[in-house]
Write a protein that binds this ligand. Sequence first.
Ligand SMILES: N[C@@H](CCC(=O)N[C@@H](CS)C(=O)NCC(=O)O)C(=O)O
Length: 234
Amino acid sequence: MIDLYFFPSPNGLKVAIFLEEAGLDYRVKRVEIGRGDQFDPEFLAISPNNKIPAIVDHDGPGGQDLSLFESGAILVYLADKSGRFLSDDQVQRARTLQWLFWQVGGLGPMAGQAHHFRAFAPERVPYGIKRYTDECNRLYGVLDRALAETGYLAAEYSIADMAAWPWIFPHQRQGQDLADFPNVRRWYHRVGGRPAVRRALELGAEELMDEAGYQVLYGQRAANLPGPSSREKP
Ligand SMILES: N[C@@H](CCC(=O)N[C@@H](CS)C(=O)NCC(=O)O)C(=O)O
């Protein structure tokens, strides 16, 4: 049994999609990040970066519990555990990991910032809006060119597609129009039509938070964050 520490945001969705695709036994432990659940000591012991997703695999290697945070690391672990969606072939595996890292280090953070500056910044910052909307647009272009050659990011449907798709799902709020990216649009509908992806989406649409929720999320600094031994939320 795998415990999935989850909130219905793009990063949470990635791992939910994998678990649904692979048919692994899992249960959802919802982490209300707008209420500060990510600062609970029990959660910090699993995810010291105070972010979802995280998992605890109660049937980890050697029959031991294994806890993991960072969506990319979780996807690789689950793919290796199940033997699904990450090829053994060295070239295919390297190509899949290349796109997985591209998503985790590029598309996710840039799209997140585009959304932040476009919708949530307490003051309107035109430079920030343009900088991240443009960078997001460039990354959509990279994705579009890659998908022109192959139906999926690494020839076969893989953890790379599962990582990237949840970040294209909210394309409108990143200021992107899929009409400008026909290969992305085709892939977006193909992946989005998979029953496992639909089931993962049913775990919850991302709810908008109230002002207090955003104050929990934004403005975190090292000095005001609790460690795993503390009981206080910021
Ligand atoms: N690099 C991390 C990013 C995870 C992440 O940003 N999670 C957000 C939700 S999408 C979160 O938990 N935020 C809570 C917080 O920042 O306090 C990953 O890929 O797992």
